[in-house]
Write a protein that binds this ligand. Structure first.
Ligand code: LLP
Length: 441
């Protein structure tokens, strides 16, 4: 069965009677008139189609603990959707913990991740009742035990391990290979387990956690990841005499940005993981554990688009034709950071033939601020609206105020209705934290 991460466009995408792109029953030209551009738009139906697909695909495995990796896109409204969908939240900073709590999220259904959690962040996690902490390193074990003692609490932890699995994705978003800044090397697990047993009385080790990377298109790496984790659980059982009961496989399922991308479906990844758990639990004589998953990108990427207005243009003599839009690297850092590619349509003329090769530049003051290089589009003019697809994950969440440009507004659309879920920043907000020292006044 197909799932939305295998499409470029949101599930409610269509061309309406006026010949414009419509998503979630909203004509994007009308949204541009109402809210201005650029704007991020999120299609609620697409998000929920993905959360439903994850639940459905794993329904034969009774001990699931689905978490949404908030780093992909987090706002209070998204937290509410995840709560309604029965998902937990994977959080990786005090800011994310705070947002979850403010949204009214049941904090016992959250997990705290990260390779350098500070004392204050761990304190906040314990105080707010975060359900599980994924402990990344020796330094953190000691910090967390101290915090837990101070609150007279026992904190449930997973050990984040580096399984030594390489997946074929961009180097910056690979995380499970051996030379990685994340987690305990397999050779360090025993010392960690000993420390928890002998010294860290306020930590309760529940299981192991790994995350092998992001934008993954292969099934085999998940099969192998499960095997590595089971092997370690067996080894720990033989050496220490207890069996860990939770495993967290991280996130990573890929999405379709362009026609060249062929991600697998949620059902395929589920089948692979469930088969591997069955097989390895028999092979290693280990009870089937509670299984955590933390997908981020695949839940929100396809739901999101960014809409820009075309402004100036430049024909380089005997060279490229550039069109500049009113956003760029501050609302989408992925192009300059990972050479990411996107599919683009013209909102107000989606059916015109794409017969020109153009380069879409951002409005920021550096040459690297290009949003799409040498793509095919119809004839463009100032005022046309461009729709960049699949920007729902790691778009807003990695945005900045570079050049002191305000962050775009974020809209959630459903059944012809658009709601603001993050308002456009104001100049007052932009400058409210600035201070002028007395000697400069
Ligand atoms: N769990 C852990 C421990 C992670 O580090 C991540 C992502 C996830 C889950 C979610 O992975 P996903 O399902 O989204 O692939 N900024 C990059 C992606 C960085 C991913 C970081 N970790 C990008 O824009 O491509």
């Amino acid at each position: 069965m197909q799932t939305a991460n295998q499409n470029i466009r949101p599930v409610t995408h269509r061309i309406n009677e006026e010949g414009n792109i419509e998503i979630g029953g909203c004509d994007l030209t009308k949204l541009a008139d109402e809210y201005g551009t650029p704007f991020y738009l999120f299609d609620e139906a697409t998000i929920r189609s993905m959360t439903s697909a994850y639940k459905d695909a794993f329904k034969s495995y009774p001990k699931m603990n689905m978490m949404f990796a908030s780093k992909a896109f987090m706002t209070k409204a998204i937290c509410r959707i995840m709560a309604q969908e029965g998902f937990g939240l994977d959080l990786c900073s005090a800011g994310e913990i705070y947002t979850a709590k403010e949204s009214g999220f049941d904090m016992s259904k959250t997990l705290f991740n990260g390779n350098n959690k500070s004392f204050d962040e761990l304190k906040m996690a314990v105080e707010y009742g975060v359900g599980t902490v994924s402990a990344d390193n020796f330094f953190e074990l000691s910090l967390l035990d101290n915090v837990a003692k101070a609150y007279n609490k026992k904190v449930e932890i997973l050990l984040r391990i580096t399984p030594g699995i390489e997946c074929h994705t961009h180097e910056y978003i690979q995380t499970g290979h051996l030379d990685s800044k994340f987690g305990f090397d397999l050779t360090q697990i025993d010392s960690a387990v000993e420390l928890i047993r002998d010294e860290y009385q306020n930590l309760e080790l529940k299981g192991l956690h790994a995350h092998i990377g992001s934008q993954i298109f292969e099934k085999q790496v998940y099969f192998d990841e499960v095997e590595v984790i089971f092997k370690e659980i067996r080894r720990i059982k033989d050496k220490f005499g207890f069996e860990l009961s939770e495993i967290n496989l991280g996130g990573g399922l890929g999405v379709k940005y362009t026609e060249e991308d062929n991600p697998i479906s949620v059902y395929e990844i589920a089948e692979t993981i469930i088969n591997s758990v069955e097989e390895n639990s028999k092979k290693y004589g280990i009870e089937k554990p509670i299984l955590f998953l933390e997908p981020g990108r695949s839940i929100v990427a396809t739901s999101g688009v960014t809409v820009y207005t075309v402004g100036s243009s430049k024909q380089v003599p005997n060279g490229r034709k550039y069109f500049a839009v009113d956003g760029g690297m501050s609302d989408n850092a992925r192009v300059s950071l990972y050479q990411a590619k996107y599919t683009v349509d013209v909102v107000n003329k989606p059916e015109e033939e794409k017969n020109q090769t153009v380069t879409i530049a951002g409005r920021f003051c550096e040459s690297g601020d290009i949003l799409a290089k040498d793509i095919k589009l119809p004839e463009l003019e100032a005022g046309d609206l461009l729709c960049f697809y699949t920007t729902g994950a790691y778009g807003y969440s990695m945005s900045s105020n570079y050049n002191r440009v305000l962050k775009p507004i974020s809209l959630l659309v459903k059944d012809g209705k658009s709601d603001i879920i993050i308002d456009r920043q104001t100049f007052e907000q932009l400058t409210e934290a600035d201070k002028i020292p007395d000697r400069l006044k």
